[in-house]
Ligand binder design. Structure first.
Ligand code: AMP
Length: 381
């Protein structure tokens, strides 16, 4: 990214993947006067509906990705699952943020764990698994209960198996296709939190308030910002995220997912080198949203203010709520301090993120109660 000159209004950003993150980026690009072209095989994908252009193709198609790159000033990602070799090919055509080297590292959970270890950042006990002997040795090292995770391709709990008893071990690995894995000690966390930040090419950074995340069936359900945590937790989480972003020489938004233990300890779970679901409250609650900030960073523009004036809760709307037809969305409109964001998906499949609701208020506990009441009113279980 060192060759990047500041790009202002009129410049074009290319996004590999046309999902909801690209869509919200494209919507924010509009008011900045930036143009967005997305790469996606679906001409009706959420981002294509609001973007200036579309290149038809999958993000694993290097030829299509390079065709996109030839039309834009800078390339960024909607997903970290873009193959690193595709990004390497794209880098020969246009500047990319994040770059292929950082992406290759993030895509491999083992490389992530090693990076955290090299940086001496706190994490759960883990071991590498590549055959039955290392699987057994790994379990002996981390202890029960444990979590087995594929090194590649996992998200939202996919590619993961929990191990409660030693005799579950082989079946758990078989359920993951005996893929190369890491095995981790299960963390009896008090809360899940995330540090969402942005880093510019000159190394300057900005952080949003710490996010408190509640998962249901392995998928993010609600995020509350700022998190309810002791005052020292936010700055400590920020410092961890700063260390990772600096080591990766990251440009753009980065999210560090963390476990907060009852004794106040923070353990790093995962690095996401992109705008993140737990950063969605910034869109509507902060002076600068994570989507605008990401665009500012990849365009070499100064980072914006991340101040959030009032507490906010984001409630994810999954396709499950559409199982018997559209849910009664008028229930969202009936709440004056709720904002509905739909992602324009042409199919509301179960487990798929279809939209979210942002609730703004003064009392965090009340906002979470309101989010839960709304979820139930929309047919959530
Ligand atoms: P991940 O794909 O690593 O982000 O994991 C998805 C979710 O699974 C996390 O947000 C946690 O709720 C849970 N999880 C993953 N790893 C662990 C662990 N070692 N201990 C406890 N819960 C975990």
């Amino acid at each position: 990214m060192s060759d990047l000159r500041p790009l202002g209004p009129g410049a074009t950003v290319g996004v590999l993947g046309g999902g909801q993150l690209a869509r919200m980026m494209a919507l924010e690009a509009r008011h900045l006067g930036l143009r967005v072209i997305v790469l996606d095989p679906n001409p009706r994908c959420g981002a294509a509906q609001v973007a200036d252009g579309l290149v038809l193709g999958h993000f694993s198609d290097a030829e299509a990705a390079c065709r996109l790159a030839a039309q834009v000033d800078v390339v960024t990602l909607d997903t970290e699952h873009v193959p690193a070799e595709v990004l390497r090919a794209v880098e020969a055509v246009a500047p990319c943020a994040p770059g292929s080297e950082a992406l290759a590292l993030i895509q491999d959970r083992l490389a992530q764990r090693r990076l955290l270890h090299a940086l001496r950042l706190p994490q759960t006990r883990w071991a590498e698994v590549h055959d039955e002997a290392s699987l057994r040795a790994g379990l002996a090292e981390v202890g029960l209960p444990a979590v087995l995770k594929t090194r590649r391709g996992g998200y939202d709990g996919k590619g993961q198996a929990r191990i409660q008893r030693e005799d579950h071990l082989l079946a758990a690995w078989a359920s993951l296709g005996q893929a190369p894995c890491i095995i981790e000690a299960y963390v009896p966390f008090d809360r899940e939190v995330s540090a969402v930040m942005a880093r510019a090419a000159d190394g300057s950074t900005r952080h949003w308030p710490l996010a408190e995340n509640d998962h249901r069936r392995h998928v993010l359900h609600t995020t509350l910002t700022p998190a309810r945590a002791e005052p020292s937790v936010g700055p400590r989480a920020r410092a961890l995220a700063e260390a990772v972003a600096a080591r990766l020489d990251h440009v753009g938004v980065l999210c560090l997912e963390l476990f907060l233990l009852s004794d106040g300890q923070l353990l790093v779970n995962e690095i996401a080198p992109r705008v993140h679901n737990s950063g969605h409250t910034s869109l509507g609650a902060s002076v600068t949203s994570q989507f605008e900030q990401h665009l500012r960073a990849v365009c070499g523009l100064p980072l914006g203010d991340t101040t959030q004036a009032r507490p906010a809760v984001m409630l994810n709307l999954l396709g499950d709520l559409w199982r018997d037809g559209p849910p009664p969305l008028e229930r969202v409109f009936a709440v004056p301090h709720a904002k509905l964001h739909l992602y324009g998906k042409d199919e509301a499949r179960p487990g798929r993120k279809v939209g979210h609701v942002l609730l703004l208020g003064d009392d965090p506990a009340r906002l979470l109660d309101e989010a839960e009441a709304l979820y139930r009113a929309l047919g959530g279980k």
